[in-house]
Design a protein. Sequence first.
Lengths: 164, 318
Amino acid sequence: MSWGLAIWASALALAAAALAVTRDSVVHALLLLLAALVALGVAFFALASPFAGAIQLLIYAGAVVAVFVFVIMTVEAGPEARARERALLSGAWRWPAVVAVLAFLPMLVGLGGTADGTPGGVGAADLGLLMFGEWAVATELVSLLLIAGMIGVRALSRKGRDGE
Amino acid sequence: MSAAFTLILSVWLIAALLVAAGVFTWVERRGLGFLQERLGPNRVGPFGFFQWIADTVKLLFKADEVPPDGDALTFRLAPALAATPVLVGFAVVAFAPGWAISALDIGVIFILAMLALTVYAMVLGAWASRNRYAMLGGLRAAAQMLSYEAFFGLSLMGVVMLAGSMSLGQIVAAQEGLWFVVQQPLGAALFTIAGIAAAHRLPFDLQESEQDLVAGFMTEYSGMGFALFFLGEYLAILLVSALAVTLFFGGWLGPWLPAPVWFGLKVGALALAFVWIRAILPRPRYDQLVAFAWKWALPLALANLLVTGAVVVLGGSA
């Protein structure tokens, strides 16, 4: 475990994420999102949780963003789309940003509160026991999100086809 | 292992890999020449061996143009993304007992993650080129990666179950008596198919597909950018071969010869098989490729996992 590397990677992830939401080119934003996710994975590695780090790289950086890129690439961003993006970026994001900061503040404070326990890292077996033992019901509830997503995609694609 | 020693070992490994990838381009061209009843490179040095050095020098000094409409930043970044993750993936490969830069517990997943990241090189390179052929290649690359990544991981989980570990060193140690290819023939077959797809080699090189897409995602690349894409491809072949040797063919285990020599010989033999497969198999149609992944390979990998799991639980081993 190395705190220096973890803090450096986390800072990189934050910076990349901040840059990602302020780009007007969608592909550049995706590239920065990818950088943020990879940096997060590195932070996990540095905090002695290689399993979480590898899964972060494999699932989020490897698969999820690839799907985004696949969709985005087929959409040509013309000049008027870029202008609309710029208009959106000019001020509408302020309130969501405030809400996000307010939501995450307790987490940061909470992190400081539990610093007395030594972070031992979470291995694959520990994570499996936690997810499918103690927190089995919560894990199943979260998996409902995937079904909601699938139904949503189905509904959206149907609507698009009828509207054409 | 001290930090300085790890650093020296890393630099040495990277240098060795770069040379190995270069030599492998010569091996492949001579091998293809042999299989197609022609000579291949034969003018520079004995048996044309120095051809790869001449080609490297040529590519280094060639002009590196960005297409006029292209996105310069992404265009330059993409080739680096092709080679870097594969080089990083070699960090967890165990060449002999204790011979690994990092003896990570979850080495298998780490290599899978690194191979998955190479898709961005193709997709972003294609997008930044602003070229229709490149774009088609990039889209094919993304769809192929998503189809094959799914059962790539599942195909080798049988081995992980039998060995009871995801560390490359411990998986090799578990094959002391019997190679896993005997216990996991279906897993090995599926892994080979997905491995060829992960290295983007024929018959799974639809994203490059010279016959219909010029050069696919790298149509607009020349010079160093082109060289880095090729470096990434050849390194990926070596990495997939090393992973296959570790998982299914007993890694460094073997009689008489020292461990690293066995490992190198096995990886070399598998890399030659890549060349052989390239020479004899035609390229399938694109929809056939994706349909095979989802309709055949993924269910077979899941069934293999189920049966292996049942055997491990009932047998009480692992």
